[in-house]
Design a binder for this molecule. Structure first.
Ligand SMILES: NC(=O)c1ccc[n+]([C@@H]2O[C@H](COP(=O)([O-])OP(=O)(O)OC[C@H]3O[C@@H](n4cnc5c(N)ncnc54)[C@H](OP(=O)(O)O)[C@@H]3O)[C@@H](O)[C@H]2O)c1
Length: 265
């Protein structure tokens, strides 16, 4: 059976660990050549070791470094002749705090990586895609970009900017054959929540925040990314796909239930 991404070249920012690493493994299994980056040297070395012998490139750098992103895009195209898919996966969350207490450094770091860095990577790889007249870009946002939640403000601002970025770029770059969309996942059982989910009390809390009654899985994120990167999803352009188990459209206690309770006294 033909593999879905045979001969495709994929770059995943922050692909050395977490959700990005799982995406990289899936793209490789579907026949793609996969390049990733990340700041942590050990994580980059571990990725290289784990996928030794496969069609991979690993860059130990930071998306917030403009020149590094320009060079990385050129290196990928020099190595493999093109770049078909960019997954803007790299992202960090701020230490949770009420907005009036957020430290300047924490705010700046999140904006530097999630917003500025994602734009730097998008522009660097986007220029290659424009030149070759084809390309697909997928941003990783978050359901936190879609509604207010105490603690997450810098992260939410940076992720909602990616939604705007996809809208703007789809308008500008579609004529070059470059399309872009955004995925907004809810709380996933893995990646940056790895520490949190070791405690069952957090899993129970996060599971109860959506009508499905559980956290999302890494496999579900990977499956959605593969779909959005595939030929089947090419007409999804400029849009944000929300996969949060229904959380962002969910009122935990509806009026009807409240009326029922109130009637009982
Ligand atoms: N897990 C969730 O529940 C969830 C939900 C919604 C959205 N998301 C989004 O999904 C994406 C992946 O999250 P995750 O859960 O897999 O997080 P993670 O486990 O913390 O992994 C993040 C990855 O991004 C890399 N990274 C961070 N800053 C970077 C930078 N400046 N330059 C290059 N690489 C960088 C990290 O590597 P280094 O640290 O080595 O740089 C790591 O490989 C993020 O954008 C996150 O906001 C996650």
């Amino acid at each position: 059976m033909a593999m879905k991404f045979e001969n495709k070249v994929v770059f995943i920012t922050g692909g050395t660990r977490g959700l990005g690493r799982a995406m990289a493994a899936a793209f490789l299994d579907e026949g793609a050549a996969v390049a990733v980056n990340g700041r942590n040297r050990d994580a980059a070395a571990k990725f290289e070791e784990e996928f030794k012998g496969r069609r991979i490139l690993v860059f130990n750098n930071d998306i917030a470094d403009y020149d590094a992103m320009e060079k990385t895009a050129s290196d990928v195209v020099d190595a493999w002749g093109k770049v078909d898919i960019l997954v803007n996966n790299a992202g960090i969350v701020n230490p949770l705090a009420p907005s009036e207490k957020i430290k300047k450094d924490d705010f700046d770091k999140v904006i530097d990586v999630n917003l500025k860095g994602t734009f730097y990577a998008t522009q660097a790889f986007g220029k290659k895609m424009i030149a070759q007249k084809s390309g697909r870009i997928i941003n990783m946002a978050s359901q936190v970009a879609l509604f207010g939640e105490k603690g997450f403000l810098p992260y939410a601002i940076s992720k909602s900017a990616l939604i705007a970025m996809a809208r703007g770029l789809s308008y500008e770059w579609s004529k070059y054959g470059v399309t872009i969309c955004t995925l907004a996942p809810g709380f996933i059982k893995g990646g940056m929540n790895e520490g949190l989910i070791k405690k069952e009390v957090f899993v129970d809390y996060l599971s109860g925040r959506n009508p499905i009654g559980r956290m999302g899985t890494v496999d579900e994120v990977v499956a959605t990314i593969l779909f959005l990167a595939s030929d089947m999803a090419q007409y999804i352009n400029g849009e944000t796909i929300v996969m949060d188990g229904g959380m962002s459209g969910y009122i935990q206690e509806g009026l009807l239930d409240f009326i029922g309770k109130a009637a009982k006294g």
